[in-house]
Ligand binder design. Sequence first.
Ligand SMILES: C[S@@+](CC[C@H](N)C(=O)[O-])C[C@H]1O[C@@H](n2cnc3c(N)ncnc32)[C@H](O)[C@@H]1O
Length: 253
Amino acid sequence: MTTTRAHSFNAAAAQYAANRPSYPPLLLETLEELAGRPLRNAQVADVGAGTGIATSLLHARGAKVTAVEPGDGMAAEFRRNNPGIPLVRGDGNHLPLATASADFITYAQAWHWTDPAKAGPEARRVLREGGALALWWNMSDNSQEWAAAQDARLRDFFQHDSFRPASGEGKQRGGHPWTDVPGLDFTEREIPHTRKVPLVTHLANLGSHSAFLVLGEERTREFMKREHEVLSERFPDGTVEECYVVHVRLALN
Ligand SMILES: C[S@@+](CC[C@H](N)C(=O)[O-])C[C@H]1O[C@@H](n2cnc3c(N)ncnc32)[C@H](O)[C@@H]1O
């Protein structure tokens, strides 16, 4: 099931690219602060790069970034959006990268799709000594009453099955996504950010999550129709303010 979900993004890559939120500038500053070095001219491998949302930010900051992506559909969308950034096909469990070649390895909402028993040692192999492994997730900020209510509707709809794998699938330890890597000592930060989007974009963003992608169109439409009704009452001008907290974990090799 995890494998099916991990590959579900490929059929919806354009929807993903058009509707998912990006990450705030403070995230890049935080990576530099925790790593103790700038991203400019750093060799960065962005693994599980998807359509390139994080990769393009790292590139714009001056990093020499290589994207690593296993999925056909996501890789094709990446190449359409980022023709100037190198992408290699592969996954985090077997990185197609040379030993001791990276200053940073980044996983933006992708670490939970790996087998950490393999991806951890692989990251340590590819990182230079002192290089940084950085993992982050954009999580909905449920201190917002409407977001908590939506989360409850999602949990109810999916029968308490995990909607957001980064926070579910038994991969939690001490309330955090499962990110323990033997030999690495992670520092954590939380970075809030918001964006205002049309309601249709918000719903398309929701629909680009793997739980809906494996559910099928009919049941997805059923949920979205009800959600459209509920949110139209909450946001009568048709603009939704999505609130996120980026949960970042970074460790030096
Ligand atoms: C939620 S998307 C994140 C994409 C992008 N990093 C972003 O921030 O938008 C997860 C990505 O992880 C990829 N993926 C799935 N299994 C993986 C694995 N074992 N190692 C690395 N990436 C994987 C998927 O193909 C997908 O592109």
